[in-house]
Design a protein around this ligand. Sequence first.
Ligand code: AGP
Length: 609
Amino acid sequence: MCGIVGYIGNEQAAPILMEELARLEYRGYDSAGIAVLSEEGICLTKTRGKLQALRNKLAAGMPKGYSGIGHTRWATHGAPSDVNAHPHLDQKGQVAVVHNGIIENYQALRKELQAKGCVFQSQTDTEVVPQLLAQFLQAGEALLPALLKTLDRLRGAYALGILVQEAPDCLIAARKGSPLVVGVADTGNYIASDIPAVLPYTRRVYLLDEGEIALVYGDHVEIYSEWGERVDKKIYEVTWSVDAAERGGYDHFMLKEIFEQPKAIRDTLQPRIRQGRIRLEEAGLTEEYLAGVQRVVLIACGTASHACMVGRVAIEQLARVPVEWDVASEFRYRNPILYPEDLLIVVSQSGETADTLAALRLAREKGCKVLAITNVVGSTIAREADRVLYTWAGPEIAVASTKAYLTQLLCLYLVAIEMAYVKGKLSDETYARYIQELETLPDKAQTVLTSTEPEHALAKRFCHCRDIFFIGRGLDYAAAMEASLKLKEISYIHSEAMASGELKHGTIALIEEGVPVVALSTQGQVAEKLHSNIREVKARGAVVICIAYGDSSLEDGIADHLLYIPRTDDLFAPLLSVIPAQLFAYYCAIERGYDPDKPRNLAKSVTVE
Ligand code: AGP
């Protein structure tokens, strides 16, 4: 989720690019850079770190020129570093490119270009783009055909901003899978990955659609389809405030991130499924390695530890490998028994959580190989682990974790399914069925998000309750843990999650007339048992909200309220059942007058013990 900006017009480009980039700082990034077309050619300034580091580099003098592109990078391919920061140039320095997204076939393209003598500077997937475009231009192609040929070679997702020395009167913007807008003003035109970047200059923008390309001149904009045909597009007038625009029009980052979940699932899944097989070699999880795993240890904190609870069930059920699970703050102080052959998996959105990092270090001291599942490339946990499987959720800004949780689950499912398959515990049919089902999940998550009205209505009704309980069995219990944490951390309503069979061993004493109990009901194998537990709480006056499949056979009258999710394999239900719970928590916070993005006493990254 990098930020892209660009400007061409009557003004000096560099100060405008820096201002545009400052408007995108809220997105989170690890490096930044600009390229300006000056009289001497393309002038590149880039650095690892925050915009202030870039400002420091530019303090001696901004490059002079009337067009340029800029970028804030959220590392994906290649660690955060000066050389991996964008823009990237072709080897003659005549084409500069900034990119958001992932070029999936970059390795093949890189080899092909290297065979033709291209020398690469960075480890990024992006650098193939300027090299490829430069090749077509040097072969005598005009700008647009060269661009179409370049884009035709790229697989994956991209938003691109391109500066070409040979075409000084024009900036290029191209979009496939990642958003891009073109801002239009009297003194020049702009490109940006997000509307807030251009709002200081204009409220008039073209919203590029899938596959569209814009040739942006100082005084006009030409838009083309992916086949090179001219497109007549209407200008969109932005009516949001700058503050709201940073949140993409959503009231809060948390809500934006909840709505980004279908994309986060797709981005995490797609690069790992090729020709019907799960591919995890990027993280060193080869068939041979996975087939030999005898024990797995899952360690994390908070939401990530709830993802691990699901992972434990998935790995044990499918691969029949024993799994130990613990929260990192306990694990490190109980002198855990670890064997060098264990696969220790630490899960952390930020990659900086102190307890999780300490658990990783302890495991490595004991000779274990550690796999990190994390969202932040170049984070301490990513650097210190032996292997890394990245969740491609994009920056998560709200303190309450939502999209990171879903992508953590997904990575753990991929490990579980592949381990089971290579160990011969899954038939070809079941393996194929799981993969097919995983591929439907982005659309199913989108379906859950079609309307937030039911969750909002329930939040209005229950937001003033003192306690809300969540119950479930098996994977529903694991998902209930996360649902309950979401509610308490942002709404400050006391909440507990229970394995529903445990109620009668104590907690049922707290159930009285009108107490809300949210029952997650997706696990067919234990449905009847769960229904008995629901009847037990109803008999004591509880108001029951069920989260269940739309076509589920819940007993008549068992639920007072229902939140439906689309049917999926019970194994994957936590990926969908948590979404209504996130929305319920969000609206409870709103109805109680709290800012869900900034819950009291909590920090996004807990780097102290
Ligand atoms: C959940 O909403 C919280 N943000 C918190 O529980 C979080 O999951 C925990 O602190 C672990 O953080 P990490 O994933 O960055 O390691």
